[in-house]
Design a protein around this ligand. Sequence first.
Ligand code: TXE
Length: 483
Amino acid sequence: MRVHELKQNARQYINGRWETSGTTGISRNPSDTREAVAEFARADRSQAELAIRAANEALPQWSHSGPQRRADALDQIGTELLARKDELGNLLAREEGKTLPEAIGEVARAGNIFKFFAGEALRIGGETLASVRPGVQVEVTREPVGVVGLIAPWNFPFAIPAWKIAPALAYGNTVVFKPAESVPICGWALAEIISRSTLPAGVFNLVMGSGREVGQTFVDSPLVHALSFTGSVATGERILQAASARRAKVQLEMGGKNPLVVLADADLDQAVDCALQGAYYSTGQRCTASSRLIVEDAVHDAFVARLRHRLVALKVGHALDRDTQMGPVADAAQLAQNQTYIEIARNEGAEHVWGGELLERPTPGHYMSPALFLAKPEHRVAREEIFGPVACVLRADDYEHALALANDTEFGLCAGICTTSLKQATHFKRHAQAGMVMVNLPTAGVDFHVPFGGRKGSSYGPREQGRYAAEFYTTVKTGYTQA
Ligand code: TXE
């Protein structure tokens, strides 16, 4: 079913059937809040439990299914996502507010992820080792973890679900998936494609609803063996406590306060481009956003002047307008959070360089201008994840000071450096305390086939994406055979 043919409300997908719920919600367009994207069913606890039971019942058969069957299903899903990337990108831009080119790119990424894991399903391997005991053979094999509960955020409503669902299915797990409350229709559209693949009933289930009801039911259910979550630090920590108390396997991707270091020898135009893209594209709503720009003293003022110039010219508008470079903030709560941080920055004495005001556009939406501050390392605006188009510049005396500032954070997702010095780029790659490191690139914008994740307060558990995803979605078994 095409998205524009959605006449009734978007329903839950449980045990191979589309189900209504007791209540419904309306998803709205952040570029034009008068527009309802669609009505959707809102599940309660009992419906979430039904989905979990369906996933449990489907597990024995699916976990022993052949890899070709899994590969074919994933490939089919990936092919449809790629073929419909323009239409689904339009939906994504309308529901989440990222610009149309960004949204189409995200759907294509989701399609490529399914295709990648179609291949991985055929590459599940193991190890054979000689035993320390004569005549005994040891083999290490990978098996599915079981039923996995996937809890997604709103900022990448196709790509993040894809990079959780595709490896889960490739490695033989069954899935209960909850999209974020503000982007259910993107989750539904993905589920609708999955529902038409060759997966048996119950292997994949969509449950739309609140974190407190549906998400918490996944977290608490003894029938959910593993949980993969992307979202805020506070929710992630609560999930970790509850899930580890019942010994479920947990993977968390949470916030970031990613540094982009600009050294005096950097190509300054390239560095300003990296900062602009990294901090403000996708309206700054990326966990990898370059929200701390750490600039060496000698080029500090020139860098700030050039970045300010670019911000003044940045076109903020409706996500579907051709000229728009930065769409609206995703929802009213996030806009309010951004505005609170702007107030905090001013009250703490950070120097305001540009932006941060609410903007009026021809359509009523959550618009604000990109904001830039000169901050001190102790300012909250330089320490806490804001998750909006708000960045700050910190002045560094030299490279060593810049590196120390870069690592002076409770987060550790991504770190970047702009420099023409091979020596310093190499040193930074080795000493940045982050899961991902970029040289002469924005901190945001990563490939789909390599590991994604961080250190310190940003992440918990094994990495997502690439073949490293097997660490979370499988468990190993060690077999001994006496010949
Ligand atoms: O996140 P939540 P929200 C950060 C960002 C943002 C803030 C709040 O700073 O401003 O989080 O966003 C589900 N048990 N990030 O409110 O609450 C929820 O329904 C189980 C950064 O959207 O963490 C949603 O599906 N699940 C991040 C998901 O958790 C629960 C991306 C995330 O929601 C739950 C998003 C519960 N008790 C937000 N409560 C990044 N770094 O990429 C909520 N959920």
